[in-house]
Ligand binder design. Structure first.
Ligand code: ZN
Length: 198
């Protein structure tokens, strides 16, 4: 089963998706627990980011949410979202890189309640290498052996595990937005985040 791309979920949440697009994905969101959880996390995340748009259309958003979840379930508390702390693509240096020497790699730092994630993406567009590290916020958090899934729309998911330093790598990564699911083996916490425009 093909899952719904996070970019499409965001379009649906921000009311940019067409009616036919919306209908075709809503059926999947009803049937697929994983996409439903991801959609819910985006919804929570985006409504947290945009309180002004919430006051514009709260009833519509809430009704939409109820319509999608015929059996509403709270998100498991172990499911967490990440926030972006730094992205070298969004820095002036990256713009300078576009004009002259191409930027060698992209560096992204994300923050969660459990750990920070440093992600470095390098290589050609269609054959990228990702090197990343989980940096725990508490010294007793174990980042060894976390299961990391990497999803790119239209491609089979890649799965790996972190080493004792929380480091992990993916190679031969095709073009497309990167969606990560990270599950800590010790606590079972699941963190999901996406790197767009990669
Ligand atoms: Zn799905």
């Amino acid at each position: 089963m093909r899952h719904v791309d996070p970019a499409i979920m965001i379009d649906m949440i921000e009311q940019r998706a067409s009616k036919s697009e919306r209908e075709s994905y809503e059926q999947h969101l009803t049937d697929c627990r994983r996409c439903a959880a991801e959609y819910d996390s985006w919804w929570t995340f985006l409504s947290g980011l945009c309180p002004s748009s919430l006051t514009d259309a709260p009833t519509k958003l809430i009704n939409e949410c109820i319509a999608i979840y015929r059996k509403p379930e709270p998100l498991p508390s172990r499911f967490q979202r990440a926030s972006l702390l730094f992205d070298s693509f969004l820095q002036p240096l990256a713009v300078a890189g576009l004009r002259g020497t191409p930027a060698e790699s992209r560096q992204v730092v994300l923050h969660t309640q459990v750990f920070d994630v440093h992600v470095k993406v390098s290589g050609k567009e269609s054959d990228r290498r990702i090197m990343a590290q989980l940096l725990p916020l508490q010294p007793d958090t174990i980042v060894d052996g976390a299961q990391i899934q990497l999803h790119i729309p239209g491609c089979p998911a890649q799965v790996t595990r972190s080493n004792e330093l929380g480091q992990f790598t993916f190679s031969g990564v095709p073009n497309g937005p990167l969606s990560f699911f990270i599950e800590l083996s010790s606590s079972g916490s699941i963190v999901q985040f996406s790197v767009q425009g990669g």
